[in-house]
Design a protein around this ligand. Structure first.
Ligand code: DON
Length: 350
């Protein structure tokens, strides 16, 4: 009999059965430094190196295993990339290995739909409030009869993918992979092993889309949307790609490395607001309380966080806490942001 997994049934109950703690993930830190207008490059290098050294030995959490391919990723991988709007890149650790972006992709597909169809459309059609439930909750769909989701939990995210405009699945996919690539810089592709593994085990996501469809709350063909959503979750990135994607958000959606304005800057506040509300699922409030940073996690071990106008950070470390967020990633980003004065709410009296 295999061990109980963090399953297609319910991520949080699986994590609780595994005995993973939630409360120990974040240090009770407060920003020690006032907000600088720009980040000193030497200070950024030092903060990234220090966080890497401090947390590389931390052995809390566990790889996600409800997508079998994720369980095989080496748990000791740990990479950090901080990128400023001026294009300065500070890195430490494993920044070259690629991994699947998973739920971090939800941010960029949401951004695409903001651009194609407007923020109001997403607000009215999907919703922008926290569900208060785990990210793949079916209870939340029942409770709200398929409404009042947000684009960063699975029901809202799959529906958001279903809103991307295009003549056919190939054209829609070209737009989804295109916006991810523009945010990152290099042309991205998918991790085929993860795509196949998740496609074979995503019954719960298929059920979510069908249930929303039964409530007449699904915008397009549910089976096509789940397949495109599964592909977007399988996009292969490395920690530096994530750092640049986060920095593009910190820079008003203009990629600081390529110089491309990826989508209109006017969408930045709405993107960051949804990340602040729901980026770390049911731990989003606690994360914001400690860091003030809009962020987004993925069960592949990636995490991005944005300090508007100052920096974006991407981290990679597969072991997750009970809410599905990278343990070392959360600790490293908190320490780096505290060292650099990244909390946008840390206002000093004038
Ligand atoms: O749909 C899923 O379950 C995965 N493709 C993504 C979940 C995820 O990354 C949640 N993250 N913390």
């Amino acid at each position: 009999m295999p061990a109980i997994t963090t399953s297609r049934r319910d991520f949080a109950s699986g994590a609780a059965l595994l005995g993973l703690a939630t409360a120990s993930t974040l240090a009770a830190g407060r920003p020690a430094v006032a907000q600088p207008a720009t980040i000193d490059p030497a200070a950024a290098d030092a903060a990234v190196k220090s966080a890497y050294d401090q947390f590389k030995g931390l052995a809390e959490g566990k790889n996600a295993d409800y997508i079998p391919a994720l369980a095989k990723v080496p748990s000791n991988y740990f990479g950090i990339a901080l990128v400023t709007p001026q294009g300065k890149v500070s890195t430490a650790g494993d920044i070259d290995p690629t991994f699947s972006i998973q739920s971090i992709s939800k941010v960029f597909t949401m951004a695409l739909v903001f651009q194609q169809s407007s923020e109001k459309f997403v607000e009215d059609d999907i919703g922008v409030d926290a569900t208060g439930q785990v990210f793949n909750s079916i209870v939340a769909i029942e409770q709200h009869k398929g409404k009042e989701m947000n684009p960063l939990v699975n029901p809202g995210a799959i529906a958001t993918t279903g809103l991307v405009k295009g003549a056919n699945a190939d054209e829609i996919w070209a737009r989804i992979i295109g916006i991810h690539s523009d945010f990152a810089g290099p042309q991205l592709g998918i991790d085929d092993e993860v795509y196949k593994s998740e496609s074979a085990t995503n019954q719960r996501n298929r059920a979510i889309s069908m249930l929303m469809s039964a409530y007449e709350r699904f915008p397009s063909d549910p089976a096509q949307a789940v397949d495109l959503y599964t592909r977007q979750c399988s996009i292969a990135v490395n920690a530096k790609d994530l750092g640049v994607m986060a920095a593009t958000l910190a820079n008003g959606c203009k990629n600081p490395v390529t110089g491309k304005q990826v989508i209109d800057a006017r969408h930045t506040p709405a993107i960051l607001a949804v990340m602040a509300t729901a980026g770390l699922y049911d731990d989003s409030g606690r994360w914001l309380f400690h860091t003030g940073l809009p962020a987004k996690s993925g069960v592949g071990g990636g995490l991005i966080a944005v300090s508007p106008r100052r920096f974006g950070i991407g981290t990679f470390s597969p072991p997750l806490d009970a809410a599905g967020n990278s343990v070392r990633g959360q600790r490293a980003i908190t320490a780096i942001s505290d060292a650099l004065g990244g909390n946008p709410y840390a206002v000093r009296p004038s």
